[in-house]
Design a protein around this ligand. Structure first.
Ligand SMILES: NC(=O)c1ccc[n+]([C@@H]2O[C@H](COP(=O)([O-])OP(=O)(O)OC[C@H]3O[C@@H](n4cnc5c(N)ncnc54)[C@H](OP(=O)(O)O)[C@@H]3O)[C@@H](O)[C@H]2O)c1
Length: 254
């Protein structure tokens, strides 16, 4: 064990995240999970993430989208949080366009039921360069799928359920090589169970007493996934941890 010593303040809190080489892909794209938890591991307070997220966490959350080719989120989070499209400040948009990337990343919603409000801003406000995606499975209702296709780009990835590997292959085929998953815990659990979470950026908020919902819900029968600590930062009482998937001997990231 060792004590972490305080270093000079970062001029840009995103800097440690921008520095990561995400081209070391084991599969066709690199998948980041970005979550906030209370000290007791809770992922929400009365069904919302807002009360859990401190000012420094909200600031990093907004900035992280600069890194993403696409932002991915489970349908229940979209319904509960009334998710909108990804917005970036002028500096982040300029940095992306000067690197030859679209000014903002699209958002991809994962859903089997397709029980979504197609008049919501996440669908009506998405710009042409970042049209919202809906990722579903073949068992979803064909009528709802047709309705989704009027307002979003629809990807079918899996038969009875969305298979993470098929979803990531479809996104990579569209040029999305860095996928930023903003939850929720159920969809993140599916990604981990499929052994596809490359990086976890976890903010620890200094409070206890939220909902009995962990940041990652492991599907029944899922094994243990192991990670290695790659970065630690703090602002006020919020802790920012960055983990990467533990590599097995012989894998490309070694
Ligand atoms: N702490 C954080 O960082 C954080 C981040 C995000 C959200 N949250 C909180 O988490 C809560 C919501 O999370 P949640 O875990 O209940 O839901 P979620 O992961 O956001 O979404 C679950 C939904 O995603 C779809 N889905 C998941 N796996 C699927 C698969 N394999 N195939 C097809 N569809 C699949 C299903 O949508 P359908 O039902 O439409 O089929 C499912 O009901 C909210 O309270 C939110 O505030 C916290």
């Amino acid at each position: 064990m060792h004590v972490l010593k305080r270093s000079p303040d970062l001029t840009d809190p995103l800097a440690p995240y921008l520095d990561v080489d995400r081209t070391r892909v084991e599969h066709e794209c690199w998948v980041i999970g970005h979550m906030v938890a209370g000290l007791d591991g809770t992922a929400a307070v009365q069904g919302k993430v807002g009360p859990l997220s401190t000012g420094p966490d909200q600031s990093l959350f907004r900035r992280m989208r600069r890194i993403a080719d696409i932002v991915m989120v489970g349908a229940e989070t979209v319904r509960r949080e009334r998710y909108g499209v990804a917005r970036l400040d002028a500096q982040a948009r300029a940095a992306r366009t000067s690197a030859g990337r679209p000014a903002t990343p699209p958002v991809a919603v994962v859903s089997r039921s397709l029980d979504l409000d197609w008049t919501a801003r996440i669908f009506t406000d998405s710009p042409d360069h970042a049209r919202t995606h809906v990722i579903t499975c073949a068992a979803s209702d064909p009528g709802r799928r047709a309705r989704a296709a009027e307002v979003a780009e629809v990807i079918v990835a899996g038969d009875d359920r969305v298979e993470p590997a098929e979803a990531f292959a479809a996104l990579a085929a569209r040029g999305h090589r860095v996928v930023l998953c903003e939850g929720g815990p159920t969809w993140l659990g599916e990604i981990v169970a499929a052994d596809r979470l490359d990086e976890l950026c976890l903010s620890i908020s200094p409070l206890i007493g939220g909902d009995p919902l962990p940041v990652c819900v492991n599907p029944v029968g899922a094994g243990i996934a192991e990670f290695e600590l790659e970065g630690v930062a703090a602002e006020d009482s919020t802790l920012f941890l960055r983990y990467e998937k533990k590599q097995k001997a012989g894998e490309p990231n070694e």
